[in-house]
Write a protein that binds this ligand. Structure first.
Ligand SMILES: *[C@@H]1O[C@H](CO)[C@@H](O)[C@H](O)[C@H]1NC(C)=O
Ligand SMILES: *[C@@H]1O[C@H](CO)[C@@H](O)[C@H](O)[C@H]1NC(C)=O
Ligand SMILES: *[C@@H]1O[C@H](CO)[C@@H](O)[C@H](O)[C@H]1NC(C)=O
Length: 438
């Protein structure tokens, strides 16, 4: 009888009830700490349903440190009421994670109620609000209370939501990790203010959709260690760009095919790895600031002014060049010239190749080929003229080469054999590198 009342309260149906009545005894032999760990992995709807198992279970769910709500779960009659009640009853001293996966049923006005309930747990460390764009194309608007009541968050993840302006203090003093995917902002100034008020932020992950309402995305965060920025391709030419001031950065990823502006306001002496997949603006504005990288991955559509004169990548050990754009052979040569200590060179194809490039052999062999390059790896090798010439040039000139691995794109055994034959016949001189095929 008691359990029925609980079920009525939480709007769970009979089949859900049956699922948890199957074999409660064996589970109940486990210690609470372990059960809580198991419960943390389940959707909260299922977790709450365990309360009918026994007296002990009736309270156990209230101690779960991680709550995950999904409004597509058909077993819940009133999703909003369910969230409300379970958050109010939840008693754990620590609520580590609160995760909302929202689709059709959630309304804008529900969110403030939940945020207030969650805020009563001053321990909330991670908040994630994710809208499913398929079941609900229009994003949800988050309340201003997000900025005031969730100030102690360590991790915040937002997906397909609208942020509103707040004239009050915008500050997340403990925030270390921030994920903003398809977020609509109240404007450029807001973004600047939001990010520069996160004084301990280390990890920023941003994906811009077509409606971000931001022209210049400014990231001025001295504590930042990892930065990922991606603009999804769209038809509206919004002339966007970004400004970055992040002197502590160790990892940088930028994917942007329509941007017109990129300013990096400082050098990044701690930068270990960078990946740039960009089209429009001058890559030199970025490459000139990241010369300390050890690992660099480039997919560029032009080698024009790729870096400022006198630029040298002394620490660069591994260079990955994407062979999808016609410019890749020029980008390769430019980079080989200024990477005197390069040890590994990789070719990759991250997009569908467009036009075929034309390779012009350099008069002077770059220094790294003569003295440091030990590994060559080629993914999606097709055997085009330029590819053959570049491969032959490297195999012929790389004095210290130890291993070259070629992964042929072709599935035709005859074509593969032809490629193997051609490459094996490249003159080696006295070099003893291993040539591997796949
Ligand atoms: C939410 O639940 C539905 C139905 O159970 C499921 O299909 C969907 O993948 C879930 N959403 C997320 C984001 O996990
Ligand atoms: C900002 O926060 C400080 C301290 O938390 C408070 O004294 C001040 O009134 C706040 N300012 C605004 C505009 O809310
Ligand atoms: C878009 O940004 C501008 C400022 O750049 C702001 O005035 C406007 O209200 C924003 N629009 C929306 C819908 O938030």
């Amino acid at each position: 009888m008691f359990s029925r009342i609980w079920f009525w309260l939480f709007g769970l149906d009979d089949s859900e009830q049956l699922k948890f009545q199957r074999d409660p005894d064996r589970l109940s032999e486990l210690p609470d700490a372990l059960l809580l760990e198991i419960l943390s992995l389940l959707p909260t709807e299922d977790v709450v349903a365990t309360m009918i198992l026994s007296k002990r279970w009736r309270f156990l769910w209230m101690m779960v440190p991680r709550l995950v709500y999904n409004d597509s779960n058909k077993n819940i009659q009133s999703f909003s009421g369910f969230v409300d009640r379970s958050l109010t009853l939840h008693k754990a001293p620590i609520l580590e994670t609160l995760h909302f996966k929202l689709g059709t049923t959630c309304r804008d006005e529900d969110i403030p109620v939940w945020i207030r309930a969650a805020d009563k747990k001053s321990s909330l460390r991670e908040l994630s609000i994710e809208m499913d764009t398929f079941s609900r194309p229009s994003p949800i608007t988050l309340p201003k209370s997000l900025y005031t009541e969730c100030r102690m968050l360590v991790t915040l993840k937002l997906n397909n939501v609208i942020l509103v302006d707040a004239s009050s203090n915008l500050s997340f003093p403990s925030l270390k990790s921030l994920e903003l995917v398809s977020v609509k902002y109240p404007g450029d100034e807001f973004v600047n203010r939001l990010l520069s008020n996160c004084h301990v932020l280390e990890d920023l992950y941003v994906v811009h959709g077509p409606n971000s309402n931001v022209t210049t995305f400014t990231v001025r965060v001295p504590s930042l260690v990892k930065l990922f920025i991606m603009y999804t391709r769209h038809d509206v030419d919004d002339g966007h760009g970004f400004v970055i001031y992040a002197p502590s950065l160790e990892k940088l990823d930028i994917i942007d095919h329509q941007g017109i502006l990129c300013v990096i306001e400082n050098n990044m002496p701690k930068l270990e790895s960078a990946a740039l997949d960009i089209d429009c603006f001058l890559p030199g504005m970025i490459l000139g600031s990241i010369t300390s990288v050890k690992l660099l991955s480039l997919c560029l559509s032009s080698s024009k002014d790729i870096y400022p004169p006198s630029c040298v990548f002394c620490s660069l050990e591994t260079l990955i060049i994407c062979t999808c754009d016609k410019a890749w052979v020029d980008v390769l040569l430019c980079m080989l010239r200024v990477s005197p200590n390069l040890e590994a060179l990789e070719f990759d194809q991250c997009h569908k190749p467009q036009e075929l490039p034309c390779w012009i052999e350099p008069g002077l062999v770059p220094e790294c080929l003569l003295s440091s390059l030990e590994n060559l790896e080629w993914e999606d090798y097709e055997g085009t003229e330029a590819e053959k010439e570049v491969a032959a040039f490297i195999l012929r000139s790389a004095n210290c080469l130890k291993e070259a691995t070629i992964y042929s794109k072709s599935t035709d055994p005859n074509e593969k054999l032809e490629i193997i034959k051609e490459l094996s016949l490249s003159p080696r001189g006295s070099r003893t590198y291993q040539l591997l095929f796949d």
